[in-house]
Design a protein around this ligand. Structure first.
Ligand code: FES
Length: 293
């Protein structure tokens, strides 16, 4: 028996469906589109060319000698310095482009440009995001039982085999979690000439929630779940296997809501950056809730 073609209306967006099938993909396209534009703008903001140079290294009088959060954050928009350091997750880990180990040809770059490729690659190759943006941006498919503008779908072949890099990006994403946790630690360590003090600001809590949401996203990753739970037929034979089993159960629990972790963690990364940007650039105070100087 040959292929049976289902009776489907022809023409982009044509369908017999009566529900508001277009709302989900449209909202997703708006959400992801906004996040991509915002992250790109902020990633370029501290670079040192064209109109970005207003924010970039040459706008900072002490940039040549700056080698610390404090020196840099006095003239940049990526960290709040109010006795502690609240660094934007878009710029973490902070890399100074004007460092001696970086070729001078790259000194125009923004610190974010050195690191954003990894979280961006992780999200772009995520199984959930692939589903979301294939539909929202590429109409593959437009919707279930909805006619799409192109006839064929040949799978993730050709250039799309890069999606197989997801596991590699996952390993790198795991490394980011202790780095971002360290940023939170820095944000609760206040210091002045008289000594070091513990304190919690709104910025600290923003960074803490960022680490929690990103952890939920990374540890619920399909590739992570496979790494901790795959390749074993025995969950109980040894303490290692029992540990792997509990990790797999934990990852599975998170994986059930992977979409939510993916979307929420993305929003919060951008919000954390936005909060730090407006505090630093628009002179707002990062309110200290507890302790501090
Ligand atoms: S599948 Fe979504 S982060 Fe790995």
């Amino acid at each position: 028996m040959g292929n049976v073609k289902l009776p489907l209306k022809r023409g982009f967006g044509k369908t017999d469906r009566r529900d508001d099938w277009w709302k989900g993909p449209t909202a997703m396209a708006a959400y992801l589109g906004f996040m991509i534009i915002y992250a790109t703008w902020r990633g370029f903001m501290e670079s040192d060319f064209l109109f970005f140079s207003d924010f970039g290294a040459s706008s900072c009088e002490n940039w040549d000698t700056a080698r610390s959060f404090k020196d840099v954050s006095e003239c940049q928009t990526m960290a709040i310095e109010q006795g502690s350091h609240v660094l934007s997750p878009l710029y973490s880990p902070l890399i100074f482009p004007q460092s001696s180990w970086i070729p001078k040809e790259l000194w125009w770059m923004s610190p974010a440009m050195f690191i954003l490729v990894f979280p961006a690659g992780f999200r772009a190759t995520c199984y959930y995001y692939r589903k979301a943006y294939y539909r929202a941006f590429f109409q593959q498919p437009t919707g279930c039982a909805v006619s799409k503008p192109w006839n064929e779908y040949s799978g993730e072949r050709g250039i799309l085999v890069v999606q197989n890099l997801h596991r590699i990006f996952m390993y790198i994403a795991v490394i980011y979690l202790p780095i971002l946790s360290y940023d939170f630690w820095l944000s609760v360590n206040f210091h002045d000439a008289t000594g070091d003090y513990f304190g919690v600001s709104v910025g600290s809590l923003v960074l803490l929630l960022n680490v929690i949401l990103l952890s939920g996203y990374v540890f619920g990753c399909h590739a992570f779940r496979h790494v901790v739970g795959g390749g074993s037929n025995d969950w109980t034979g040894s303490s290692i296997n029992r540990f792997k089993y509990s990790m797999w159960k934990f990852s599975t629990k998170l994986n059930e809501r992977h979409k939510d972790w993916a979307l929420l963690s993305l929003f919060w990364v951008m919000f954390a950056d936005f909060y730090i940007w407006i505090c630093q650039d628009f002179g707002l105070t990062d309110y200290v809730i507890l302790g501090g100087i």
